[in-house]
Design a binder for this molecule. Structure first.
Ligand code: HXC
Length: 256
């Protein structure tokens, strides 16, 4: 079986590649677990100064794996605290850059926002389309997107489910740099090497301090979001929205 992620060490930089290109890097439990299990020791390693997280040319990640979630009940989601492992990735202390090419949708956009900064290829498309599936963002999107781009854009993205391109994402502060697609990794690696060349205590402290500005109230917000997200698995619209995706048809929502 293919490995869910590919981890390559290049000196003090670690490049992590999401490795389900045929499924547009849909984030299933194997990817989530590998991200935590394989990267945690590297996060603690003083010889590792920066992570670069990337997907494929077509998709950074098209979200959580809808096929894996579609049949789950509220009690399963709530009891497993589904998605909680992603909080451990978000809490890694080593600086991390998301190098986004193609789609970053739903959990993919949320995963990019868990990184300290996003470098976007000019092909990148960002979105939180969960509303189309009868649910809401479940990996921190309602909180992080709102803090990063403000209420107006966050409401627009989350309520309509539309995508924004790289230029709009840079204008509204979601993205640090927009880069021609064929230069994305070169520039991300250059920045990662610069960061990894500084003292890790300082870079860790610097990102912790900047994050502090967003952290206040964030934990409560994410817990609130997760409980709401879990509870949507008690609704018919979630079953319908995800079944329709799997069956490649338009959903018929009833508001139940
Ligand atoms: C499971 C997925 C998937 C996903 C794509 N695939 N996204 N499988 N979960 N999130 C699968 C498709 O079913 C298909 O499988 C294969 O990947 C290729 O996808 P295509 O649609 O044929 O590719 P393309 O035409 O290039 O379109 C790419 C896309 C589209 C625009 C990204 O796949 C798409 O809209 N995906 C869903 C995006 C989404 O709704 N994300 C939010 C998920 S919820 P087969 O077997 O047919 O080849 C979330 C947040 C958590 O992330 C909240 C809970 C819902």
């Amino acid at each position: 079986m293919e490995k869910p992620i590919i981890v390559e060490r290049q000196g003090r930089v670690v490049v992590v590649t999401l490795n389900r290109p045929a499924a547009r890097n849909a984030l299933n439990s194997e990817i989530m677990q590998a991200m935590v299990d394989e990267l945690a020791p590297l996060d603690r390693d003083p010889g590792v100064g920066c992570f670069v997280l990337r997907g494929s040319d077509k998709a950074f990640a098209a979200g959580a794996d809808i096929k894996e979630m579609a049949e789950k009940s509220f009690s399963e989601m709530y009891n497993d605290d589904f998605f909680a492992a992603w909080d451990r990735f978000a809490a890694f202390r080593t600086p991390k850059i998301a190098a986004v090419s193609g789609y970053a949708l739903g959990g993919g956009c949320e995963l990019a926002m868990m990184c300290d900064m996003i470098f976007a290829a000019d092909t990148a498309m960002f979105g939180q389309p969960e509303i189309k599936l009868g649910v809401i963002p479940g990996m921190g999107g309602s909180q992080r997107l709102t803090k990063l781009v403000g209420k107006a854009k966050a409401m627009d993205m989350i309520l309509t489910g539309r995508m924004m391109d790289a230029a709009e994402a840079e204008r509204c502060g979601l993205v640090a740099r927009v880069i021609p697609a064929d230069k994305l990794m070169e520039e991300a690696l250059k920045a990662a090497e610069t960061i990894a060349g500084y003292g890790k205590l300082a870079t860790t402290a610097a990102r912790e301090a900047v994050d502090r500005a967003l952290e206040v109230g964030l934990r409560e917000g994410i817990l609130f979001e997760r409980r709401l997200f879990h509870s949507l698995f008690a609704t018919a619209d979630q079953k319908e929205g995800m079944a329709a995706f799997v069956e490649k048809r338009a959903p018929q929502f009833t508001g139940e």
